[in-house]
Design a protein around this ligand. Structure first.
Ligand code: BG6
Length: 478
């Protein structure tokens, strides 16, 4: 197709998370959270995916880039003005739970934290930008991790309930779009960030992971119900890391294996959050892995009553699967694994680039749920170079985004109901999986580097002007 048609009022914008942009990690009475104890550098992914992390800060050995991040805490006005210049309709951000409840288990919220987000929302609204707020984006209070064992512990549900009540009541006139847990299914591959604990023994993995998911599902339903009650014109969604799984070839064994992986990784959490019940395929899995969930009376009713209004999802890559694969074939760098897809190229960080996979994802999700979809993350992490004239010619990023937006246009033409698109890291930020600044996603460059140096000055990249045109023409000019 030459011209794509996105619905009137399509929610164009950009996405971020508090821990990756704010900094000010000790300011405003904020407590420590998980991101504050994660070291920077490529070793971070290994920590996130291996058992035994101790959640301690060790400044002699490591650096902690999330502590200062890009200093949005002090520079939000400048950044929001730049988003407005691009014509953003929405800005996806998260609230740091530890700004509101520094330890997670206090009875009263922290006024300074609430006041900070009041200022940010007011600033956005002064430009007509609607905030889209993730309630929990890899930012669990460290105290809940250390003293309670993260989401494994049922008590955390009540703390979360107090947190959501505090923010819904405070921001009910300022925020209409919400999301519960960022990439909830990432708990399968990065439990530290997603579920708030480190697997200690491999054999405990299944039980602990699914018990924690159950608590998150209950917490998500509580949040959905409270959101609808407190903010009647609101919409609240789930947020899934969606990566379609392709069979490596037509061998039925590989096709079946890909289907099983697809259902478990991509569908399981969304099935519960969208349909309000556990999917039938999971019962066999529970049996085979000896998983016995602790479920309280009323939980199933709650899941049914608290289903989400829309499906937010991130899309970066697809995954190709084979039932039997050798170690050499494994694609660890593709974040969610699989084997190499011979038809795809990968980014400098090894994430396979597959725009058609986005069209496939949108169709699969809409076929399965018939709920409005919202692409709340998509982007290319790449190194940028500043030219002699000071410009940043990030054509590779423009190509990536253009091809993915075209794929969305195709999906809309296929009949999918799509609410909006917020590209990830609209301003350079700290990478979640590697803690690097050099893995840049932004339309706006931030002068900040992996060794901690940099002036934090902001600069518009070529993609800034390109995206501005995309938004101004509602996606007709790509
Ligand atoms: C998603 C997360 O996994 O992908 C973001 O929701 C993250 O927090 C983004 O930053 C990109 O990943 P990374 O590891 O390149 O920062």
């Amino acid at each position: 197709m030459e011209k794509y048609q996105f619905q009137k009022g399509f929610l164009w914008g950009g996405a971020t998370a508090a821990n990756q942009i704010e900094g000010g990690f000790h300011e405003g009475n904020k407590g420590l959270n998980i991101a504050d104890v994660l070291p920077g550098g490529k070793g971070r992914l290994n920590i996130l995916q291996s058992p035994g992390f101790n959640f301690e800060i060790d400044e002699e050995t490591y650096s902690y880039p999330n502590h200062e991040a890009i200093d949005f805490y002090h520079r939000y006005k400048e950044d929001i003005a730049l988003f407005a210049e691009m014509g953003f309709k929405v800005f996806r951000m998260s609230i740091a739970w530890t700004r509101i409840f520094p330890n997670g288990d206090e009875l009263e919220p922290n006024e300074e934290g609430l006041a900070f987000y009041d200022r940010v929302f007011d600033e956005l609204r002064s430009f007509g930008i609607e905030p889209v707020v993730t309630i929990s984006h890899y930012e669990m209070p460290l105290n809940l991790v250390k003293e309670y064992g993260g989401w494994r512990n049922r008590k955390v549900v009540a703390f979360f309930e107090r947190y959501v009540h505090a923010i819904f009541n405070r921001f009910k006139n300022k925020v209409r779009y919400w999301m519960t847990f960022n990439e909830i299914n990432s708990g399968f591959i990065m439990p530290i960030q997603g579920l708030g604990f480190s697997i200690q023994k491999e054999e405990d993995k299944y039980q602990a992971t699914f018990q924690a998911f159950h608590h998150q599902f209950v917490a998500s339903s509580i949040a959905v119900k409270a959101c609808h009650e407190i903010i009647p014109n609101s919409q609240i969604g789930c947020m899934i890391l969606y990566a379609p799984v392709y069979p490596y070839d037509s061998n039925p064994e590989n096709v079946m294996y890909a289907l099983q992986e697809e259902r478990l990784f991509n569908n399981f959490c969304a099935d519960v959050q969208v349909r309000g019940e556990y999917p039938s395929f999971i019962h066999r899995y529970f049996k085979e892995h000896n998983i016995k969930l602790d479920i309280e009376d009323g939980d199933f009713e709650l899941l049914k009553e608290g289903t989400v209004d829309y499906i937010g999802f991130s899309y970066y890559m697809s995954r190709t699967e084979k039932k039997e694969k050798s170690e050499l074939e494994g694609m660890d760098e593709n974040l969610i694994g699989g084997v190499k897809n011979p038809f795809l190229k990968a980014s400098d960080w090894g994430w396979e680039i597959d725009p058609t996979g986005l069209r496939i994802s949108l169709n699969q999700l809409y076929d399965r749920y018939q709920k409005p979809l919202f692409v709340v993350e998509n982007g290319l992490g790449a190194k940028d170079t500043i030219e002699k004239d000071g410009s940043i010619q990030d054509d590779y990023r423009i190509d990536f985004l253009r091809n993915h937006i075209k794929a969305m246009g195709e999906a809309v033409a296929d009949g999918v109901e799509l609410m909006g698109y917020t590209s990830w890291g609209c301003i350079d930020l700290v990478s979640a999986s590697s803690g690097e600044f050099s893995k840049r996603y932004g339309f706006i460059y931030v002068d900040k580097h992996d060794d901690g140096s940099g002036t934090l000055e902001r600069k518009k990249k070529k993609s800034f002007f390109w995206y501005k045109d995309v938004i101004a023409t509602n996606g007709e000019k790509l």
